[in-house]
Structure formats: structure tokens, C-alpha cells
Design a protein around this ligand. Structure first.
Ligand code: NAP
Length: 288
């Protein structure tokens, strides 16, 4: 569809934002639906965040995604923030209402989308999450949404782990979280059906690294799922090793697609073609 004065605007802000795969996914879905929208990347520095939001309101931008490093910093600038985004402490999707800009977080929805395809009684599963950074927070929220009543988070710094646990206080997620240092991992792995890597270990260019070695992965019970949030490379070393040990492997690409699809659905208020977004993402990753 040609861009005209009637074309509606969507976008993503970040610093940097050039690497973002969101424009490729969203514009493919928009073209497929034949809608008069365009999704653009906007590089915005932290000190210009408030000014950018005013500018977006002035040009009647419909909504936008937020990537690193603004996911937390944007919260005080919003008129309303959904409970899940408040609990995660980060917003990745914003839209305009009469009250002003409102925000939520679709990463947890994205994370659980491929898990919903797996036939499991999640109330009986205690997931283990490796890492306690930003993505781990969406994974925790996703696991609670799935029905897990206990979630183990593994980190390398006791003070950061304690801070992580404390940060969930006063949220519905607080009671579910247990924190552990890495040296406890070997004794926990045999009891989990879901092991999630939310560390960057194994990401390109360090593709020969895995956060967990084969001897530990061998202890995963039959039918366990190994889930890596990383999508480049795919599979990661972690997923290769886990697969060799009999686990079901899930990479981070579907999370990326589904968090985007959930955002686009919010803006357009209609079903969106996740299949088209997935195809566009995979083609773009292959070209990289
Ligand atoms: P982050 O906030 O920087 O957190 C990274 C976590 O990994 C921290 O807890 C960090 O520990 C830990 N870590 C880093 N290096 C480690 C190592 N060598 N050994 C053990 N732990 C280590 O990053 P993030 O935003 O959570 O992102 C994490 C990963 O998820 C990245 O690979 C990112 O690309 C991926 N991700 C994917 C999606 C998706 O849609 N698929 C979405 C978001 C993120 P310390 O705190 O002790 O440093």
C-alpha cells in the first residue's frame, strides 16, 4: 500500500534500534492484512524520551514498542501501566488513549506461546530459569500465567538474587519465586520439566558456549523441555546438548514473534497473522 497522508504510524524506540527485527515482522503482517499502516524504527536517546512521547502524541502515532534501554525508564512517563508490566518492571508496548500513553508487556505472552502447544500439567511443574536479568522477569510472569506455583531462578550473584526476589514483593508473583546460586543447579535439574536459559551465554559470536554442561543436562527427566531465549544462533549449543540428552528444544524466535503479534493485535484490535510475522523474521535472520 503506498504511504499517503492517511497512513497510520507505528514504531519501535530504542538506543540503538538499527538491529531491531520488529519492523520486518510488523510491516510483513501489515502488508498481508492490506492495512494503511507503517511501522518505523526510531532511535531515541534516554534524555529525549519524554520529548519523543510528546512528539509521538503530536503526530498521532498509534502505538510503539520499546526495546533496550528504555523498557523501565518509560514507566513514569505513562498515564497507565498494566499489572503484568508493573510486576515485570518493564513495558515493551505502548498505545495512545484519551488518558495519554498506556503501556503493557507482551514478552510473557510471547514466552508462553510455544509452551501452550506442549501438553503438560503446568501446575505440577517447577521451572528453572537460568539468569535473573530483564528477560527472566517476563519468564517468571509467563510461568505463573501457565499455572506453575513454584519457580526456581538461578543466578551467580547472591545480592542480585536477593534483590530480584525482593522486587516481586507486593505482586501476585511473590510467593512463587525461589532463588538459587549456580552451584545448586546440579541437584535441581533432575526434578524439572522446564529449563530456561535467560542468560546471553551462547549468543552469537560466542556460539560454542552453553550455560549448562552436558553432564548436568543428562539429568533432565524424560520429556523435559529446554528453552533458550536466544534466537541467534538457532539452535544454540545449550539446545543442541539438551536435545542430545533427549529434551524437547525450543529457541527464542517464537517468543519474539508472539510478543510482536500480541502488540500488533493490541494496536489494530483485530487478529494478526503470526505465521507471516514468523516467516519474515526467519527470512531476515537467514540473511544476517
Ligand atoms: P540482562 O538483563 O543483561 O540479564 C542477563 C542475565 O544473565 C543476568 O542475570 C546475568 O547475570 C546473567 N549472565 C550474563 N552472563 C552470564 C554468564 N556468563 N554466566 C551466568 N550468568 C550470566 O539480559 P536480558 O535482557 O535478560 O536478556 C537475556 C537473553 O535473553 C539475551 O540473550 C537476549 O537476547 C534474550 N532475550 C530474548 C527475547 C526473545 O524475544 N526471544 C527477549 C528478551 C531477551 P548478572 O546479573 O550476574 O550479570
Amino acid at each position: 500500500m503506498p504511504i499517503t497522508g492517511k497512513t497510520k504510524l507505528l514504531g519501535v524506540i530504542g538506543d540503538p534500534v538499527e538491529h531491531s527485527l520488529s519492523p520486518v515482522m510488523h510491516n510483513a503482517a501489515i502488508a498481508h492484512l492490506g492495512l494503511d499502516y507503517v511501522y518505523l524504527p526510531f532511535p531515541i536517546q534516554g534524555e529525549n524520551l519524554a520529548q519523543a512521547l510528546d512528539g509521538f502524541a503530536a503526530i498521532a502515532l498509534v502505538g510503539f514498542n520499546i526495546t533496550i534501554p528504555h523498557k523501565r525508564a518509560i514507566i513514569p512517563l505513562l498515564a497507565e501501566v498494566s499489572p503484568v508490566a508493573q510486576a515485570i518492571g518493564a513495558v515493551n508496548t505502548v498505545w495512545r488513549t484519551e488518558k495519554g500513553w498506556e503501556g503493557t508487556n507482551t514478552d510473557a505472552i510471547g514466552f508462553i506461546a510455544p509452551l501452550r502447544e506442549c501438553d503438560r500439567d503446568w501446575s505440577k511443574i517447577t521451572p528453572i530459569i537460568l539468569g535473573n536479568g530483564g528477560a527472566a522477569r517476563a519468564v517468571v510472569a509467563g510461568c505463573v500465567e501457565l499455572g506453575c506455583s513454584e519457580i526456581r531462578v538461578v543466578g551467580r550473584d547472591r545480592a542480585k538474587l536477593d534483590k530480584f526476589k525482593l522486587s516481586w514483593q507486593n505482586t501476585p508473583f511473590a510467593g512463587a519465586i525461589r532463588v538459587h546460586l549456580w552451584d545448586e543447579l546440579p541437584s535441581l535439574v533432575s526434578e524439572t520439566q522446564l529449563l530456561v536459559n535467560s542468560t546471553p551465554v551462547g549468543m552469537s559470536p560466542h556460539i560454542d558456549r552453553s550455560p549448562v554442561d552436558e553432564n548436568i543436562l543428562k539429568q533432565l527427566p524424560t520429556g523435559a523441555i529446554a528453552y533458550d531465549l536466544i534466537y541467534t544462533p538457532s539452535p544454540t549449543r545449550f539446545l543442541q546438548l539438551a536435545k542430545n540428552c533427549g529434551a524437547l528444544a525450543i529457541d527464542g524466535s517464537e517468543m519474539l514473534v508472539q510478543q510482536g503479534a500480541a502488540a500488533l493485535q493490541l494496536w489494530l484490535q483485530q487478529p494478526v497473522p503470526a505465521k507471516v510475522m514468523r516467516q519474515a523474521l526467519l527470512e531476515s535472520l537467514q540473511r544476517k
